[in-house]
Write a protein that binds this ligand. Structure first.
Ligand code: GLU
Length: 461
């Protein structure tokens, strides 16, 4: 049975890259009727928090990524890592290292000065059993270091193909710190092996860790899983996607009013191309089509325009009542006065046409609330005849309905010999302050005679 895992470190909010890793693991497990395990890698006690863990879980649930086992916390499995580290020492595959941080730092600087790789120099590897026993008795703090034996490390990555890591890339490395905490590379192997993980799908930046991990698998006598390293996600300018490119966390997208289905769909297809070539697919369709072999070897670009397009497509499919509920969740509190419920609903539906994410509703409804927008003197001068005519006509009619607004605008057009954009644009601008917006007759109908007059009265010169 296929077993995958998502193993986030709860050290901050969930990055979209991490979410994509979770999605790929989820898709691969579901496609193969396998299992997905959630494991919280919280051994970095300074940076890991329960609050981040909760947020992470909330983000996963929101995205619709269901796991089958866990969450397991590494911080609750300390004795297991210690046991396996000790086992390696007993078998002569690891050793106690009593070197202090200062000594190690000094040796590293010396090595660098001599131009040799700053690998561990093997001081404690050479200690006799007796020397070790005495140091332990004297309670000298120690780490446990893994003995790296010579040789290249080779494996087949399901995405990247055959990978060869040349020997000498690293020296004997620490697996258990002096405070008893395992390092990532050690805990991850013990957990993946004991949890029966068959496929490790994770970001490319872990590729160099994989070499160390393979050595640990072998030393512990565990089978290595299949590895798949997913290429980076870049920003549109080709640099690594970061804060300066805009929202990078799942939470930010949620807060802006993206739909989980859309973000899931977008991230799943960021680097993976379904055979059908379709861009918009439901979760079930992606599960059916998912194939690691169709994950690109080269980096993918995070294209916000595509995500926006996809999200707007999903928004279009939402039923009116549900859409209203969602829009109201994102609408600023200040917009809840002024209009009765039915009119507000009408405003929201009208203003939601073409929105890409829900937060945009606040900009779109402004035209119904802002009576004090300004226009330049030049604009007012150029449009005085239209402004005056419009004002006079509207003032002289009572109970104007939608059709009558249409009629009024038509008459103005005739009288001033204006047609099309030359007519509609100034009407829209003098009544809303905007050049674009929803159906102008609907807008005027909602604003009503008094409000329209109040707005354009200010522009009569
Ligand atoms: N905790 C690691 C991370 O978040 C997990 C890497 C892995 O999947 O092995 O990067």
């Amino acid at each position: 049975m296929v077993v995958t895992r998502f193993a986030p470190s709860p050290t901050g909010s969930m990055h979209v890259g991490n979410a994509r890793t979770a999605i790929f693991n989820y898709l691969f497990a579901r496609h193969n009727n396998g299992k997905l395990i959630l494991r919280i890698e919280d051994t970095d006690l300074e940076r890991s928090t329960r609050e981040n863990e909760e947020k992470l879980i909330e983000d996963l649930k929101w995205l619709g990524i269901e796991w089958d086992e866990g969450p397991f916390r590494q911080s609750e499995r300390m004795s297991i890592y210690k046991e396996y580290a000790e086992k390696l020492v007993k078998e002569g595959k690891a050793f106690y290292c009593f070197c202090t941080d200062e000594e190690l730092e000094r040796k590293k600087i010396e090595a660098e000065a001599k131009g040799i790789p700053p690998h561990y120099d093997g001081t404690c590897r050479k200690l006799t059993d007796e020397e070790v026993r005495i140091k332990l008795e004297n309670k000298i703090p120690y780490t446990i270091r893994f003995k790296v034996e010579p040789g290249d490390i080779e494996f087949d990555d399901l995405i990247k193909g055959n990978i060869v890591m040349k020997e000498g890339m690293f020296g004997d490395f620490v697996i258990l710190r002096s405070n008893g905490m395992p390092v990532y590379n050690f805990a991850v192997v013990v957990d993946d092996a004991l949890m029966g993980v068959t496929h490790v799908i994770r970001a490319e930046e872990h590729l160099s860790n994989t070499a160390r991990q393979i050595l640990i698998y072998r030393a512990l006598g565990f089978n290595t899983p299949y590895f798949s390293h997913t290429p980076l996600i870049l920003a549109n300018d080709g640099s690594k996607l970061s804060k300066r490119h805009g929202a990078t966390s799942v939470a930010e997208y949620r807060q802006k009013g993206y739909l989980p289905e859309a973000l899931f769909n977008y991230l799943a297809l960021l680097g993976f191309t379904p055979e059908s070539g379709k861009e918009k697919l439901s979760k079930d369709e992606i599960i059916k089509e998912f194939d690691i072999k169709r994950i690109s070897k080269s980096p993918s670009k995070f294209d916000i325009n595509k995500l926006n397009w996809l999200n707007s497509e999903y928004i279009k499919e939402i039923d009116r009542d549900v859409l209203l509920k969602k829009l109201k969740l994102f609408l600023d509190k200040s917009y809840f006065c002024n209009y009765d419920k039915n009119t507000l609903d009408r405003i929201l539906i009208l203003s939601s046409g073409g929105i890409q994410y829900f937060e945009q509703i606040n900009d779109n409804v402004k035209i119904f609330f802002d009576d004090s927008f300004n226009l330049s003197d030049e604009y007012l001068k150029n449009n005085q005849s239209l402004i005056k005519l419009f004002y006079n006509k509207v003032s002289s009619i009572n109970n104007i309905n939608k059709d009558m607004w249409k009629e009024i605008v038509k008459e103005i057009g005739k009288e001033l010999s204006l047609k099309g954009k030359e007519l509609f644009m100034p009407v829209r601008v003098i009544t809303t302050g905007q050049e674009h917006g929803p159906d102008i007759y609907e807008v005027l109908d909602i604003l009503g005679k008094d409000r329209v007059l109040k707005r354009i009265e200010r522009f009569i010169r």
